[in-house]
Design a protein around this ligand. Structure first.
Ligand code: GLA
Length: 381
């Protein structure tokens, strides 16, 4: 039964929301506070035209700066950049896509717009009426409220934060409209340990990514150790993709995409989809890498070996298969020794290089060569 359904964001009985890591696009990394209704429509059009929707990228997520003022009844309205959210949702839905929105448990969002503090139930209801399918809930000014009310008491602070995230979960549930619920509080208070019980489908594990090798690789490789907290319906979120934004080269973007897939991370493209190079499209739409991310088992990959700038990660896949990734974080081409103990399980197996599509043998004599800031990503077939 499950196999007949699309794996993304399912809400059918017995299938959790976000059964596999959510895939789609988010406005922040490229458009930031400039995003408009027209940009979002153009992203939706491009998801369809490029083939990304059919590859699994179905969420079109508006980040911060859509918010306007509240009316006398406290109902939130959009600002002039988003003249009609319901019409936008209808448009996005007509393309076979889903619409995501953004708010904060604090009175102000990170960009200083209206947050949901004191209006949680009302806002959830408004989102449901608009036809929203996904909410990113960003701590922002709620951090100040926590500090004011709890001082140095970390336990009290954690409890306050949990309650705020749960409050919006309850509010969403009461609307009866399924929404993927994304926590964004930068990994504070070990969110991975309590995210699922407070209704989170995904939670950011770090502060913001940016379009530079140092930041992307730091965040990505820092995920080691969090693997036991991820699984169907609840995912660690190392932040949105920067692929195609221009601050890294394509080798680095391939590593970015590979690492996020090994991590079973949400794949939310963060680039301008209306202006993609063939290389950007090829990276975002590598079906084998997407399948690795979306594997139904939902086992986040783990680091099994490291030496200086060299790291080997493994991921268990359904059907008893495994993927293995050789990462080079160094500043020159590096070879991995094919006789390493951790490679024992992979010797004599059919291994496909998910980027070149060539078969690779780990045979004890051929060195495994990986370029600077690159990856050799292999899957057992
Ligand atoms: C925070 C979040 C970002 C983005 C901005 C918007 O920094 O971590 O992902 O949503 O706020 O203001």
């Amino acid at each position: 039964m499950i196999a007949l359904l699309s794996p993304m964001g399912l809400t059918a009985q017995n299938v959790p929301t976000a059964a596999t890591p959510p895939m789609g696009w988010n406005s922040w990394n490229h458009f930031a506070e400039k995003v408009t209704d027209a940009d979002v429509r153009s992203a939706a059009d491009a998801l369809v035209a490029s083939g990304m929707r059919d590859a699994g990228y179905v969420y079109v997520n508006i980040d911060d700066t859509w918010e306007g003022k509240r009316d006398a009844q406290g109902v939130i309205h959009t600002n002039e950049k988003f003249p009609d959210m319901k019409a936008l949702a209808d448009y996005v839905h007509s393309k076979g896509l889903k619409l995501g929105i953004y708010s904060s448990p604090g009175p102000k969002t990170c960009a200083g717009y209206e947050g949901s503090y004191g209006h949680e139930a009302q806002d959830a209801q408004t989102y449901a009426e608009w036809g929203i399918d996904y909410l990113k809930y960003d701590q922002c000014s709620f951090g100040d409220i926590i500090r004011q009310e709890t001082g140095d008491d970390l336990d009290k602070a954690a409890a306050m934060q949990k309650a705020a995230y749960e409050k919006m979960h309850v509010a969403i549930a009461k609307t009866g409209r399924p929404m993927v619920y994304s926590f964004c509080q930068y990994g504070l208070y070990s969110v991975w340990a309590w995210g699922p019980e407070k209704g989170g489908n995904l939670w950011r594990t770090t502060d913001d990514i940016n379009d530079h090798w140092d930041r992307m690789s730091l965040i990505g490789f820092q995920q080691a150790g969090l693997e036991k907290f991820a699984g169907p319906g609840h995912w660690n979120d190392p932040d949105m993709l920067e692929v195609g934004n221009g601050g890294m080269n394509n080798t680095e973007y391939e590593l970015h995409m590979s690492l996020w897939a090994m991590l079973s991370a949400p794949l939310l493209a963060g680039n301008d989809l209306s202006k993609m190079t063939p290389e950007t499209k090829a990276i975002l739409m590598n079906r084998d890498v997407i399948a690795l991310d979306q594997d139904a088992l939902g086992h986040q990959g783990r680091r099994v070996w490291e030496e200086g700038p060299k790291e080997i990660w493994e991921k268990d896949l359904s059907r008893g298969h495994k993927a293995i990734a050789f990462f080079n974080r160094g500043e020159s081409t590096l070879d991995f020794d094919p006789n390493l103990k951790v490679l024992a399980d992979f010797r004599g197996k059919h291994l496909l290089d998910l980027w070149t599509k060539k078969e690779v043998a780990i045979d004890g004599s051929t060195k495994l060569r990986v370029p600077k800031h690159g990856v050799l990503l292999l899957e057992q077939r």
